[in-house]
Design a protein around this ligand. Sequence first.
Ligand code: C2E
Ligand code: CA
Ligand code: CA
Length: 749
Amino acid sequence: MDHVPTPESASGPLQEAETRFRVAFEEAGVGMAIVGLDGKLLRVNRELAHLLGIDEETLLAGRGILAVSHPDDAGARADDFTRLASGAIDRYKRDRRYRRGDGTTLWGATTISLVRDADGAPLYAIGQLEDITARRAAEEAARRRAAQQDAVARLSQRAITEQDLDALARATVATITEALGVPLAGLATVSDGDDGDGLVHAAGARLDPAHARHTLSRRGPVVVPDTSTETRFDAADLIARGIASGIAVPVAGEGDAPHSVLGMYADEPCAFGDDDLAFLHSVANVLTGALRRLAAERSVRHQALHDPLTQLPNRALLLDRLRLALARHRRRAAGWVAVLYVDLDDFKGVNDSLGHGAGDTLLRALAPRLSEALRPSDTLARLAGDEFAVLCEGLDEVTESVAIAERLLDVISWPLDVAGVELRSSASVGIALAGPGAVIDAEDLVRDAGVAMYRAKRGGHGTYEIFDDHMRAETVERVALTHELRGAIEHGGLRLVYQPMIGFDARRATSFEALVRWTHPERGEIGPGRFIPLAEQHGLIEPLGRWVLHEALDQLRRWRDAGLPMGDMSMSVNVSRVQLSRPGLADEIFAALTERGLPAEQLVIEVTESAVMDDPAVANATLDALSAAGVRIALDDFGVGQSSLACLRDLPLDVLKLDRGFITSLAASRQAAAIVRAVCDMARALGFTVVAEGIETSMQADVVESLGCDVGQGFLYSHGVRPEEVPDAIATLDLRLGRPSSAQPVLGY
Ligand code: C2E
Ligand code: CA
Ligand code: CA
């Protein structure tokens, strides 16, 4: 060991150098060693002994550098050192693991340098070791965290769309085992059992029930660093399974109650740190997010298929179930499917007298009553307002459906306390049946039941009616006609005719009423009395009404452009009750006038009294707006129904059209004449123009004129004629009424 720099072997300047070296060696902030070419430690400093937790003597007495090497690193280390000792390299730097005296691992950044003699032959090596354990641990933790974050992100991605909760549970457990390299992870769901603490294994390893229950009762994570010292719960089972440590966290569900417990276990103590707990929490949160999303989707689906007021199935769900029932039924040779359409009698009366709240209360109270009157396999649905429907499958006899209807009528008639008032309701029930082998659509069966219900309603309250062939034929006809009417509206199948109105003073036509006509390709002429109600019931009156308005105004524009006298007369257009009940009609009319550059004063809108009374608020607003803009309003069919003169004062009316019924009864009834005179007097006082409708004879014309009517309309003068016939009709009228056709036109009314 001549060349090993020890204090003993040095003298003179060399000794001085060696002393300096020794001090540097001993006091170095890093661990240092002098290593022989055979790998033996010849000298170590205090810091190295301190870092390794082994005293200097033991180190020097040991097997050398390999003795403190981590077994996993020993091979690579031996190779490196052999190359250095042979002089092939002068230096190497490596991060190595060492086994400390207490068995723990030390990470060291190691530099080994070769010292040669004057001839360049290897003498010994100097090793330096810097403790980088903390840095390596931080790096390792960061790597693990990144892997965990990545795993959570991937799981979240999946949880956004996954519909299958079991599959998501399995993916969750797999995420934990992969990202953490934990062999044992599991999920147990809280069962809805009565005791509430039952757990059902859902995925992965079986969770320890004692551990999981303790987690649920604490409503927070339970970290078990060492099962052998666990005191909060009985860890015997865990120990028996060879588990030394673990963590469990509760997984929050859609509401307050936890949905499940997520846990992981290891066979060594203290296997999990804070990061692992945070990771487990994140995974649990992903699961909670998915649970809440699935719950929200479920509730959206429920809402889409249920009535919010009564929570009963709605029309869509009823139709769905009916479709399935009919499909099943088709394959059977016997039995009946019945739909019962239940409509309360005078529900409007309850709403009007006691308020909508009471109406809602009544419906909510009736729903369970109706349910109880049915079999569990029947479906009770709320279709709309006060309309319910029942689907009954597997009836043996038609009479069973009647028995059900009677039961329903019975429970509906029981008294009910609504807002402190005892109510007795009644209903009308329509029954439609699909017999053995019947092929019928669900929609059609419900519609048939509705038709029968209307029939029952007409027959008196509190009864039922079964849909029959006669009703079917009528319905089929209506459906076909409605379909064809839609086609006629869309494809120019309608026409307008114009019936002149005669001003008695002017003795000439002063205005026209536009009347719609439909010539059916097969059925021929169909009167508006038939198809207007059809259009009103099936949502066609708005397109129809719009077409009539536009067409009549277009015609007026054409007459004006052609310089014809009709171009200056006024045009009456009929407006249906349905149109009048929709806000926006006034704006639509203004737009139609503006587009054609026509003055509002030339347009007269004809409405009936009952149409105004349907929804007085909307109707009045519309009429007020029209009137304010100069459009005139005519009250059509006056005298039909309970016309009250008093209510006329509140409407912005310009014209009163006396119903044809008055005119025809004039000859026979003195009373009719008296009424007409009274109406004319009052109308004059209010500034209205009075039109007599349906004048067929000159005697009628004379009478109404003498009674004070201003204008006459009827077949005596002219039928409604096609636009191209209008000029001739006017000329003929002028001749008959004794007016030269060149006379100045007068603005109507
Ligand atoms: P309305 O508004 O009372 O129209 C007058 C009806 O009496 C017309 O029948 C007309 O042809 C008929 N009429 C006119 N003078 C005489 C006569 O001297 N004797 C007889 N017996 N009848 C006469 P029409 O065209 O069949 O219309 C019936 C109803 O259909 C109309 O009654 C009106 O309520 C409705 N209507 C017609 N066109 C339209 C329209 O474009 N829109 C709307 N909503 N309803 C319309
Ligand atoms: Ca009319
Ligand atoms: Ca009329």
